[in-house]
Design a binder for this molecule. Sequence first.
Ligand code: AMP
Length: 290
Amino acid sequence: MKILHSVRSVQKLTSQIRSEGKVIGFVPTMGYLHEGHLSLMRTARKKCNYLFVSIFVNPTQFGPNEDFSKYPRDFRRDRLLCEKEKVDFIFFPDSEKMYPENYSTYVEVHNITEILEGSHRPRHFRGVATIVLKLFNIIQPDFAVFGQKDAQQVAVIRKMVSDLNVNTKIIVNPTVREEDGLAMSSRNVYLNGKQRKDASVLYKALKYAERKILTPGYNRDLGFIKEQMGKLIKSRPTVTGVDYISFNREDNLQEVTSLKNFKKGRLLISLAVRFGKIRLIDNIVVSVNL
Ligand code: AMP
């Protein structure tokens, strides 16, 4: 496994690999790796000749009051984990190389970035789309693997790839969870004991909604279900706020307010909840066929 820092050296290498007709797989991450990240690497490993992982805490996707400087980092540990997963190359650039002083180009994906996460983190997806396109241009992957954990991110990247004719296939892996259902996240290390215990309520609330929606005879009113989910979540003492609980079409993220208008299709149920300063997101997708 090799660690690469320079954009030019990666571009040279990947142009060479592509000219030999070999397949490049790519997993972009911000590091502090956990089983969720490793599952993406395992999926990618099976489908490519050369597996690239990037580790870069991308400053442009953090808001001014967010945790960029405190975001957990441990490159030595990440490197060992990548080695175990038989990663061929880690791209580990410096921030100054990705965003030099005169940097001024950003990718904006309209209509699906203003809602959900976007309404609470206004420039987040501009930063995400920009860094992902930059990484695609540097690594030139045949495919890239993302996690369902960040469902809106997946929708935004898919839209960008389609709108800008990017020649990279997008693959999505299921969310990897702890035993009690909490979605794995690098940010989970911020949780204290009580918060960690309470955080399992997010998945419980999502599964509650799924049950209600799928079981005939249950109350399928989405407003009612949302209210009940909110009550369940707020019953945990360390919860300090619910930013949103939302029902949306999985493909274009259009809000679904009633199942009367959505009898068949993939329904994304997503939420964002604060435990003090720690903000966690989670989602599930329900196949509706009424
Ligand atoms: P991050 O390092 O948080 O930017 O995440 C890098 C990639 O890992 C993204 O595609 C995430 O959606 C994915 N990911 C993060 N957590 C999980 C998880 N629990 N299960 C599956 N994928 C995940």
